[in-house]
Design a protein around this ligand. Structure first.
Ligand code: ASP
Length: 430
């Protein structure tokens, strides 16, 4: 496997992992897999998560402080958030259109629905409990949550990434405001940390093919006995998958074509390892280091733009998640026999957009926030029990879109700032 490009090695790892998982569940190697295979996947994810906070912190400080003035920061910041919101709303709209056309919820038999509901009620209960906390908060709670009261606590949990981002931006702004002789040592320090962490990413990625093998093998073994569930929820999953595919095959190419000179194929080739990692880890945060490395070194996005746009995007821009939430909410409503009117569908656009911004970039977060979307249109949040079985698979797919969306916006912002270096094919392949 030595001469193969990294993304091929990862693909082979993924395929072998799925085959292994199928075989292992067939011949009953469940304990062996849990004891000896799964931990390697966990170690791989831990390694990626380990560097997420230092990377976001160092790269944002580097990114913000290298913007020569505050007006540049607000220009790039405004552009970034504007495009992020736009792509999210497009994604929700696509999701709504699809689910209204395909109507997956109407294909459910009553018996199956009850069976699923019972089977997954306990799992769903914990998600509902965590979402209840979110729901009971006031409308400004998300801003309150963004401002940490203690720096160490903020960095102590990957879920607090927005707090780390907030502090890093504040730190960077203060650096820009001070004369450069006062800040040059600190700037050099963070530049160095940034480079070291990107080097660590390269090292970790050497183990990616084995990591994804263990992750996928373990996942397939977990779902070993529930093939029938996958079938029953097939149409729903297909609706989400079609929507996600449309984002990747239509929306992003159109955006890139309109605002950059990048060829979509080249774009795809450059970020493929990040997409595969997103698929295997179901976490934009865990994938972030690789997304940044691919965008900078293979796509030609300047460090200035990528180190600002991508960490922010991993946390607030989740096109795949918002699309999924729209489809899932209407699907559950259909399954329960409700017909949603226009205002309820518009409420879904708004709440899915906000819920995807609020969702943490970790596995399953989109599902927690789905409870809020369901409550906003008056549907019993217990309904998420219906879709629990297939959520992990859809989580993997939507995370790929989340990450692709971030890379697309980073390219667009870089191009608009004259900071997208078009790299040659040869460099792309490396
Ligand atoms: N797993 C997703 C992400 O990290 C979030 C979600 O939709 O659950 O991007």
């Amino acid at each position: 496997m030595r001469k193969l490009a990294l993304h091929w090695k990862i693909i082979i790892g993924m395929i072998l992992g799925v085959f292994y998982g199928l075989l292992a569940s067939k011949i009953g190697w469940v304990d062996f897999t849990n004891d000896w295979i799964k931990p390697w996947g966990k170690i791989f994810i831990n390694l990626l998560k380990l560097i997420a906070v230092p990377l976001v912190f160092a790269s944002l400080i580097k990114g913000v402080s290298s913007l020569s003035d505050i007006s540049k920061l607000s220009r790039i910041g405004g552009k970034t958030i504007g495009i992020y919101l736009f792509t999210t709303v497009v994604a929700v709209t696509f999701g709504l259109l699809l689910v209204n056309i395909i109507q997956p919820g109407k294909s459910f038999s009553n018996d199956k629905r009850m069976e699923l509901k019972e089977q997954y009620a306990s799992n769903a209960a914990s998600k509902i409990a965590s979402a209840k906390d979110v729901k009971e908060n006031g409308p400004l709670q998300f801003i309150v949550d963004m401002v940490p009261s203690n720096f160490i606590q903020a960095t102590g949990n990957n879920r607090n990434m927005l707090q780390v981002i907030f502090f890093a931006i504040l730190f960077g702004i203060a650096m820009v405001m001070l004369p450069s002789e006062k800040t040059s040592i600190v700037k050099g320090f963070f530049d160095g940390i940034n480079d070291i962490i990107l080097q660590i990413v390269d090292l970790i990625m050497l183990s990616a093919p084995y990591g994804v093998f263990a992750l996928l093998g373990g996942l397939v073994v977990d779902f070993g006995g529930s093939v029938e569930l996958f079938q029953a929820l097939g149409i729903y999953s297909l609706s989400v998958a079609i929507g996600l595919l449309l984002m990747i095959m239509v929306v992003y190419p159109l955006i890139l074509k309109s605002f950059t000179k990048l060829k979509y194929f080249d774009f795809f080739k450059s970020i493929a390892p990040a997409q595969m990692l997103a698929f295997s880890t179901s976490s934009s945060a865990a994938t972030l280091p690789v997304t940044m490395e691919r965008c900078e070194d293979h796509l030609g996005v300047s460090k200035e733009v990528s180190s600002f746009v991508l960490p922010l995007g991993a946390t607030i821009n989740m096109d795949g998640t918002s699309l999924y939430q729209a489809v899932a909410a209407v699907f559950i409503a259909q399954a329960f026999g409700y017909d949603l009117d226009l205002s309820q569908q518009l409420t879904i656009v708004l709440t899915s957009t906000l819920a995807s911004i609020g969702a943490a970039a970790v596995p399953g977060a989109g599902m927690v926030m789905l409870v809020i979307v369901l409550s906003s249109i008056g549907i019993d949040p217990e309904g998420i029990a219906l879709i629990f079985a297939v959520d992990r698979l859809l989580d993997m797919l939507r995370t790929v879109v989340n990450v692709t969306g971030d890379a697309t916006v980073a390219s667009v912002v870089a191009a608009s700032e004259g900071q997208l270096k078009y790299v040659t094919d040869k460099e792309l392949m490396s």
